[in-house]
Design a protein around this ligand. Structure first.
Ligand code: 6R9
Length: 661
């Protein structure tokens, strides 16, 4: 299998898009107007963060009991508490408090199904409140209590949003697993979270295909007898599924037994809200823990300011609720702000490549937030599918998940945004809970490919490999030097791991794992991960995870995995595989290995290239030289650098020879 040709990084000619010129109407009504507006507030926010966040905290959330202290922190030790002593409930903030306002009958969620022939479903704030209260009652009637971890494995259906909010309502900690993950991944996450209650659906639709959902949960549970007490099943497609007596219960049956009245629990600001598993550079995915007050304030405030939410907007974020982008910017941010959030079950290319544009036209979407990989995939089909649709409702575009190349940025701006919509390229992470670096649409002049400037209260810092802070225009490791309200509070069940992973590399700072350039105007340009985390179509995967899946195969002796530049996915997966003595490389074996990874982790983790090799470049102490493997995978064989410290330099020649074939 040949590797895709690597993308050549061209030196960008810097074009600047000033919102005052391209979107004067937006600037006039924006929450933050002009660079003067941004600079003034930014300066206040870093000069006196406690006053700034205290005020925002009071404005963003309704508190049952006011907080006593804005921030209690020992940042260098990875200890952070926000809005200390405050009591609130994010489900109450997302629903109940809107019911006494004009928003009561406003659409909270518009659901657009996979198949365009199926009708959309709309839930007003009142209707969603009713369903969530029933779901909360069902959970409680089935023994779910505050602090319990509830695992949710569902496709993008409205009941997924309801289940999530119902957990928040009663103080249960939700752990959503993306519907593409395998039974083994589900099992690992249920065990790690110590979860005994699962919410799922019968099956799901994706791109016109039926995908097993409950069957995957069943398979996971079979492998871990006794952990899970109950499985609440939502009937979505109506397909037949296996029902385990005494364990499995149907949502439509349970819902009939309960009322639509449920009092939102009083939740402490620092009580856990959710766990979300994400890949790191070592070992199995870790459960990133977020708590209530700080997360709610930051997710909703960034949503309001970065997307400049106004009362009449129809806002569409195309992510899945199984990723952090879905948590913060489909669910919590928009609903806390009383916005209309569109939830999409499908994919951009079904039934054809104009699906996104059809949905925008149908619902007159005004704010559209998607990932560079989707933009690049759709850009290949030219302007025609876009131009056939009325996209005049769009006033703002967003990008997230990976660096956006200037070519894709310009196409997004000119073709999708008709040259009239500012683009917010939002940089953040599962760990940060919300956007940390991004333009503000009514203020920041943008440069294609740059996430531009820090959000209020965010203090980025670039350091060299020794941790020395770098000044001015430079390139280095991206760190953050002051806490923000939605910083993760810990790795679930492993207190040390939070500090060790994020705060021990560069003492005193939160290290993001990303490399970054800062230009003469102070703009930030994320260059990608500098650790062993890959970003494939905006999905985070650890090289170690994929390697572990490969070596489970009986024929494999050793594997080393690296990312390489890929035109559509951003990064592809390149796997070097050493077979056991006497095993013969073949295309069938390649297929088996790829299937093995899909089964162990998920189809999103399938290697693009399997490169069989007799050996790997290692230092004399036995450490794999990944730098060299990355260069070979990228086809950059002229710049392999120093190979003299290798135990066996001849290995490199063999690898290069095979790569060139
Ligand atoms: C929100 C999300 C985090 C990693 C992050 C970085 C990359 C995200 C980006 C971006 C460049 C952007 N990333 N947004 N890189 N520009 N606008 O994606 O969270 O799945 O945890 O991934 O994604 O490398 O470190 P998560």
């Amino acid at each position: 299998m040949a590797a895709k040709k690597p993308t050549v990084k061209k030196k960008q000619t810097e074009v600047i898009f000033d919102p005052k010129k391209i979107a004067p109407a937006l600037v006039k009504t924006a929450h933050v107007k002009g660079m003067e507006g941004y600079k003034k507030l930014y300066n206040q926010s870093v000069k006196n963060p406690l006053a700034f966040w205290g005020k925002v905290g009071k404005e963003q959330l309704t508190w049952f009991k006011p907080f006593k202290q804005v921030l209690k922190s020992n940042f260098a030790k990875a200890e952070n508490q926000w809005y200390v002593g405050g009591k609130t409930n994010l489900c109450y903030n997302a629903l109940d408090r809107h019911l006494t306002t004009a928003r009561k009958n406003k659409a909270a969620i518009i659901w657009e199904p996979d198949n365009p022939a199926t009708p959309s479903r709309t839930f007003t704030y009142q209707q969603l409140h009713f369903e969530v209260c029933r779901m909360a009652n069902v959970l409680q009637a089935n023994g779910v209590k505050k602090g319990d971890r509830v695992t949710i494995y569902m496709p993008m259906v409205p009941e997924l949003a309801m289940a999530t909010l119902a957990c928040a309502r009663i103080g249960a900690v939700h752990s959503i697993i993306f519907g593409g993950f395998s039974a083994d991944s589900i099992k690992d996450r249920i065990i790690d979270a110590g979860s005994d209650f699962v919410i799922t659906t019968d099956t799901g639709y994706r791109g016109g295909k039926v995908i097993p959902i409950k069957a995957k949960v069943d398979e996971a549970l079979e492998k871990m007898s006794g952990h899970v007490r109950k499985v609440l099943v939502v009937r979505h497609t109506g397909d037949h599924v296996n029902v385990v007596a005494g364990r499995d219960i149907w949502w439509h049956e349970e819902a009939e037994k309960v009322s639509g009245v449920n009092k939102a629990a009083e939740i402490d600001s620092e009580d856990p809200l959710f766990l979300l598993y994400t890949s790191g550079s070592t070992g199995k995915p870790k459960g990133v823990l977020h708590t209530t007050g700080g997360y709610g304030v930051y997710a909703s405030f960034t949503h309001k300011i970065v997307f400049d939410i106004q009362e009449n907007d129809t806002y569409w974020c195309t992510a899945d609720l199984g990723w952090v982008t879905g948590h913060s910017y489909i669910l919590y941010g928009p609903l806390i702000n009383g916005a209309t959030s569109l939830m999409f079950e499908g994919i951009p290319t079904f039934p054809d490549v104009s699906r996104f544009w059809k949905v925008i036209e149908k619902h007159q979407v005004s704010i559209f937030y998607t990932a560079p990989t989707a933009i690049r995939a759709l850009m290949r089909f030219g302007d025609e599918p876009v131009k056939k649709h009325d996209l005049s409702s769009l006033r703002l575009l967003g990008s997230v998940g990976e660096p956006i190349n200037p070519e894709a940025w310009l196409w997004y701006h000119r073709t999708v945004g008709r040259g009239k919509c500012p683009i917010v390229d939002t940089w953040w992470q599962t760990e940060t809970g919300g956007i940390l670096i991004s333009p503000l649409p009514g203020a920041t002049p943008t440069k294609p490919g740059s996430a531009t400037l820090p959000f209020f209260g965010v203090q980025p810092l670039l350091v060299d490999s020794d941790g020395k802070p770098l000044k001015g225009a430079t390139e280095g490791n991206l760190c953050i030097q002051f806490p923000w309200p939605s910083i993760m509070r810990g790795v679930y069940g492993d207190k040390e791991r939070f500090y060790n992973t994020y705060f021990s590399t560069f003492k005193g700072y939160y290290f993001t794992g990303d490399g970054c350039r800062r230009d003469k105007d102070g703009y930030y340009w994320i260059t990608g991960r500098v650790d062993d985390v890959m970003n494939v179509s905006g999905h985070r995967l650890g090289t170690a995870e994929v390697e572990s899946a490969l070596v489970l195969h009986q024929d494999v002796a050793e594997a080393a995995v690296v990312g390489f530049p890929h035109d559509i996915k951003g990064q592809g997966i390149y796997a070097y595989v050493i077979l056991k003595e006497g095993r013969i490389p073949s295309d069938d074996l390649r297929k088996e290995l790829i299937a093995q990874v899909a089964k162990e982790i998920s189809p999103i983790a399938k290697p693009d290239v399997i490169h069989f090799t007799p050996g790997l470049p290692k230092t004399r102490s036995g450490k794999i030289m990944r730098r060299i493997l990355r260069k070979i995978a990228a086809g950059e064989i002229d710049t392999l650098g120093d190979t003299s410290t290798l135990a066996d330099p001849a290995v490199v020649e063999i690898l290069v020879k095979d790569r060139q074939k």
